[in-house]
Design a protein around this ligand. Structure first.
Ligand code: SAM
Length: 356
């Protein structure tokens, strides 16, 4: 019987002041027991969203995080500074919830962009409201962004997201390109019987408009806990569908820590990516560390423990104490996400509150 079935909270907060494991080397970076080094920080700016994607959250939304629990801008930029200066983080991705809903977003980005060394800065957004923000985001220091788009049909868009905003999102993508944010990537989740007949149309659209399309396998991270492995559209399904219309060749580049496997489409230059987190996991190359909007470090999307940096910030800890708690958190990172383990239990925090 799992903790969830027993009605117990499945998440454990690790005391940020836990004693240091003597086996942890005196490395100032975010290293783990398996030789990985986390240099890519995913920051959730809010758990709120203005869409209600059926595979992410219920129509009525969720119990949003109280404002007082959310990190203030000052707390957030202090943690980002520690990550870059003390822990060797080189990439920042702002996400959520919907990051464009965070007041002060451009200010947080501008401060992050002024750090030395200057981190690479990207944003994952649903694109609603992006058309009027893209130029300001670029000026603040965003280098590139990913826009989530699961369908090109407005009726389907309204059914999947429960909001009729497709044209807004398409305008936002064009505005991002016009603002010099390049490449603009599209993130697509295919759902069986809902939009899985659109793989080819989406790739045609992306190739024609010079957007870089990436399909993401649906993961067990929905608030409703309704994910079923047998129902998900796999990387194999996606590639088979695409190959009915395109010639796909492996792009030949070393993938490194990139989550997407990439293929060159019809001889190039366009490429398409597939992020097969479930059927072809890439945990052994993972270089990510995650910070939630309420200041919890997670070593993995599927982590069942979190480390409370907000308590340290608000308790008067020094930068070095906070950095060391972050190192301890990452030292405990597991070898893999465990979706295939018989005892796998979905984390309590849904994707929208972790940051995808
Ligand atoms: N609101 C922003 C957006 O829509 O891009 C950022 C947050 S959203 C959680 C980030 C990405 O996660 C989106 O592309 C969304 O489609 C994807 N996503 C949400 N739930 C997912 C799930 N269960 N499995 C795989 N991807 C998921």
């Amino acid at each position: 019987m799992t903790t969830t079935e027993l009605g117990l909270p499945a998440l454990r907060t690790v005391r940020a002041t836990a004693p240091r494991d003597p086996a942890r080397p005196a490395d100032r970076r975010l290293v783990d027991r398996f030789g990985r080094v986390a240099t890519d920080l995913r920051i959730s700016l809010t758990d709120r969203c203005n869409l209600r994607c059926t595979y992410c959250m219920p129509a009525e939304g969720l119990d949003w995080m109280p404002r007082a629990e959310q990190l203030t801008d000052d707390e957030l930029v202090r943690l980002i500074g520690i990550a870059v200066h003390d822990l060797g983080v080189r990439e920042l991705r702002f996400t959520g919830g919907e990051p464009l809903l965070r007041r002060g977003l451009e200010d947080v980005i501008a401060v992050s962009a002024a750090l030395t060394p200057r981190p690479d800065i990207s944003l994952t957004t649903n694109g609603v409201g992006l058309a009027r923000r893209a130029a300001r985001l670029a000026a603040a220091g965003v280098n590139r962004l990913n826009v989530s788009l699961d369908t090109l049909r407005s009726d389907r868009f309204a059914a999947i997201t429960r909001r009729d905003r497709l044209s807004d999102v398409l305008d936002g993508m064009e505005a991002a390109r016009a603002a010099g944010l390049s490449p603009v990537k599209i993130n697509t989740v295919l759902l069986r019987g809902v939009n899985d007949d659109e793989a080819v149309d989406l790739l045609r659209f992306a190739v024609a408009r010079r957007f870089e399309l990436r399909f993401i396998e649906q993961m067990p991270l929905d608030a409703q806990h309704g994910w079923q492995r047998a129902e998900m559209v796999t990387a194999g399904d996606i590639l088979a569908a695409l190959r009915t219309a395109f010639h796909l060749a492996p792009d030949g580049h070393d993938r490194g820590a990139a989550p997407a496997e990439r293929w060159v489409v019809d001889g190039g230059p366009a490429t398409v990516g597939v992020i097969a987190s479930v059927t072809r996991p890439f945990c052994s190359a993972c270089d990510r560390t995650r910070l939630t909007a309420d200041g919890q470090v997670r070593s993995c999307l599927f982590a069942r423990t979190e480390t409370d940096l907000r308590a340290l910030l608000r308790g008067g800890s020094s930068d070095e104490e906070i950095a060391d708690a972050w190192r301890t958190a990452m030292w405990g990172k597991l070898a893999g996400h465990g979706i295939d383990d018989p005892g796998f239990v979905q984390p309590d925090r849904p994707m929208s509150a972790i940051g995808g």
